[in-house]
Design a protein around this ligand. Structure first.
Ligand code: GLU
Length: 280
């Protein structure tokens, strides 16, 4: 069976973009050409009748640059202030670009509490359902301006998988600065082989991701991507990790072409998600 072919029929898709895929390496400022391609790709998926949720990082980074800082924000208050400024700016740009394609972008900011608290979780799910019903593209981020250590997801890889599980998405696409999963770290081991499809995410694979990350911008490395794969596939979604270097990869993935690593859904016990979050 060609597992890639079945990606064509996916209906409810969560797409996660890392900070490093949104910004210019040299300056750390927003890459507007890339953003424009991202928005066009997502708008076209909407035009095909698919339901789309975008999980976008970048709030802290954008805020930091708006304040003219060159180094990373140092303390929590500074990070949260940067997020407050940057999130508004990011949304302004998304709103502008999506409206050019006649799409209605909306914003959902979440913390871990949103998921762990039954009432909050139900409300969040209802809001997603209603936004998707009316054809909006929800843009999700962690509510970094108020999230503290106790209530944070900590990275958007995990957040995007949790969102996919919450809304019963059938596909999660993680776009970052890595091509996918390798048998070892390709930066240090020239014999590392690329893995095209993962049918079962076993403990051996989970271990492998622990020490590999090439990103120095976002918070997630390979380990958080494998955790995301665990959550998403257990909840019944397929997941693809691919390079966000060129966002045209989105329609190529949706056409069933060989890009990135595909993790096949492996649906487990329905209470898994909350258990997982409570232990996090
Ligand atoms: N929520 C953070 C932000 O928007 C990013 C977290 C991550 O990179 O995973 O800046």
């Amino acid at each position: 069976m060609n597992f890639r072919e079945r990606l064509k029929d996916k209906k409810r898709i969560v797409i996660k973009i890392g900070s490093s895929s949104l910004t210019h390496k040299e300056t750390g400022k927003l890459d507007l050409v890339k953003l424009e391609i991202l928005v066009r790709e997502l708008s076209d998926l909407r035009n095909q009748g698919k339901e789309i949720v975008l999980v976008s990082s970048g709030a802290i980074m954008v805020g930091n640059h708006m304040l003219g800082h060159t180094g990373k924000p140092q303390n929590i208050a500074e990070k949260q202030a940067c997020a407050a400024i940057g999130q508004a700016k990011l949304m302004m740009i998304y709103q502008k670009l999506f409206s050019e394609y006649n799409q209605i972008a909306s914003q959902i900011l979440m913390t871990k509490n949103t998921m762990v608290d039954n009432l909050n979780r139900r409300n969040a799910k209802n809001t997603f359902e209603e936004l998707l019903r009316i054809g909006s593209i929800p843009i999700v981020n962690e509510n970094d301006t108020i999230a503290t250590y106790e209530i944070e997801f900590g990275d958007n890889d995990t957040l995007s998988a949790v969102v996919a599980a919450l809304i019963g998405a059938d596909l999660l696409i993680l776009l970052s600065d890595i091509d996918g999963l390798f048998t070892d770290d390709p930066n240090t081991n020239p014999d590392a082989r690329f893995i095209d499809v993962v049918e079962h995410l076993d403990s051996h694979l989970m271990e492998m991701g622990k020490s590999t990350s090439t990103s120095n911008v976002g918070t997630g490395g390979m380990a958080t991507k494998l955790t995301a794969a665990h959550v998403a596939t257990s909840a019944g979604a397929d997941m693809v990790i691919a390079n966000g270097n060129d966002f045209h990869v989105i329609h190529k993935i949706m056409q069933g072409r060989n890009h990135g690593t595909l993790f096949l859904s492996d649906k487990k016990d329905e209470f898994f998600l909350i258990d997982f979050l409570e232990k996090m």
